[in-house]
Design a protein around this ligand. Structure first.
Ligand SMILES: Nc1ncnc2c1ncn2[C@@H]1O[C@H](COP(=O)(O)OP(=O)(O)O)[C@@H](O)[C@H]1O
Ligand SMILES: [Mg+2]
Length: 379
């Protein structure tokens, strides 16, 4: 199909999805996915740079819409597994990750130490200085830059129970079930003798975008607000961390000052951090002496931590494949990195484009300021 056909088909599916969203959510969900798929193909076939980006943006929005339907299909009856069982599986054992395993991001680490880790260790000192302990930290930024990793390291550093919650795990297709899941989660957290940290990953999936969220979504946003407000007041022993790649989709009421004490931007790694990430990912691999990490750091501007990890994997695959063919082992070389680099692209720039476009539609000074301060220059 050519670009025009793809776009016309996508339009058809979008209209169908919109018409069936209420009556036949499953068909609507599939229609939105089909439209997204066509837009992705259209973006591959067009030669106009602006269209490319616009198609991808719309496709992303459609994926989210399909995802939201999946979580909100209304059915009678109760779920197959008890909420308590599900909540238990969110309580995780202390992971091995520590802050020292994360390159850069010292500002974010400091905020987490001050707001999350130290209050558990020295509650009396916080009281003495009249600091109210509560709320938590909301992290946002481009994907692959260390948000989930930071949460994992926080669990490793703090000596308290840690609940790792993907927002979509709490969301249920059963009416009222999501609210019950949230209540069960906070109840389980309050039951921890030494306190607990709750980490909400993909937070935007819970706080559905304002205006587009159905009544179902609003119910659990308000349930979550109630729980969060009581965290700040009566329980001094539960702290929250949340992470999102799509902060403009997080309900403003959830983002507001006081709910989360701080909202921090987790930026793409700078050159120094990139060199450190390369080092971390090569530390257990046979790397030749000719690998110039400083030079590689300079050539990976705009790469996320995840991009750099993938780059290291691609470079490693080259001698590995050779070994499988020839049975002769050799170290990973700078040449392997150059080959791998020619096939990889940075993923953080498109996110900034998306962020700026979204913030234009819903101006939010605090978010916009933090994002613009880190946006790559366009020249
Ligand atoms: N600052 C960093 N230091 C070390 N590794 C990183 C860093 N940022 C990202 N990574 C690597 O990229 C992977 C994906 O990061 P992740 O924390 O899942 O990103 P996010 O949650 O922001 O999308 C991590 O598991 C890690 O291997
Ligand atoms: Mg993540």
């Amino acid at each position: 199909m050519n670009e025009t056909d793809l776009i016309n088909n996508a339009k058809h599916y979008i209209v169908q999805g919109q018409q069936l969203e209420r009556k036949e959510p499953e068909v609507a969900r599939k229609s939105f996915l089909a439209a997204a798929h066509m837009l992705v193909n259209a973006s591959k076939s067009t030669t106009v740079t602006e269209s490319k980006q616009r198609y991808v943006d719309v496709a992303n929005a459609l994926y989210w819409r399909a995802h939201a339907i999946e979580g909100s299909v209304v059915e009678e009856g109760s779920s197959d597994s008890e909420p308590d069982e599900r909540i238990k599986s969110m309580l995780i054992a202390k992971p091995g990750t520590r802050f020292k395993d994360i390159a850069g991001l010292s500002d974010v680490k400091d905020e987490i130490k001050l707001k999350i880790i130290e209050p558990f260790k020295h509650p009396e000192i916080f009281k003495k200085y009249g600091k109210r302990v509560g709320g938590g930290v909301l992290m946002f930024g481009p994907p692959g830059c260390g948000k989930s990793l930071l949460a994992e390291a926080t669990a490793g550093e703090a000596d308290v129970a840690f609940f790792n919650v993907k927002a979509s795990d709490l969301k249920s297709k059963f009416v009222g079930e999501t609210e019950r899941n949230i209540a069960a989660l906070f109840k389980a957290a309050r039951g921890q003798p030494n306190g607990a940290i709750i980490f909400f990953d993909e937070f935007e999936a819970l706080g559905g975008e304002r205006g587009t969220a159905g009544a179902h979504d609003r119910n659990f946003v308000s349930q979550l607000l109630t729980e969060m407000d009581s965290v700040g007041n009566k329980d001094q022993k539960i702290l929250l961390i949340a992470a999102t790649n799509l902060p403009w989709n997080v309900d403003l009421a959830l983002r507001r000052e006081g709910r989360f004490g701080v909202t921090v931007f987790v930026p793409p790694p700078d050159a120094e951090a990139r060199e450190h990430i390369l080092q971390l990912h090569l530390r257990d691999k046979p790397a030749a002496k000719d690998i110039d990490l400083h030079q590689l750091a300079g050539r990976t501007d705009g790469f996320s931590g995840a991009d750099i990890k993938a780059l290291c994997e691609s470079a490693t695959d080259i001698p590995l494949k050779e070994y499988l063919a020839t049975k002769r082992a050799r170290d990973i070389t700078m040449e392997d990195f150059k080959t791998a680099l020619s096939k990889r692209v940075a993923t953080t720039q498109p996110w900034f484009g998306l962020a700026i476009r979204n913030l234009k539609q819903c101006p939010d000074d605090e978010l916009a300021k933090q994002i613009l301060a880190h946006a790559p220059s366009t020249d």
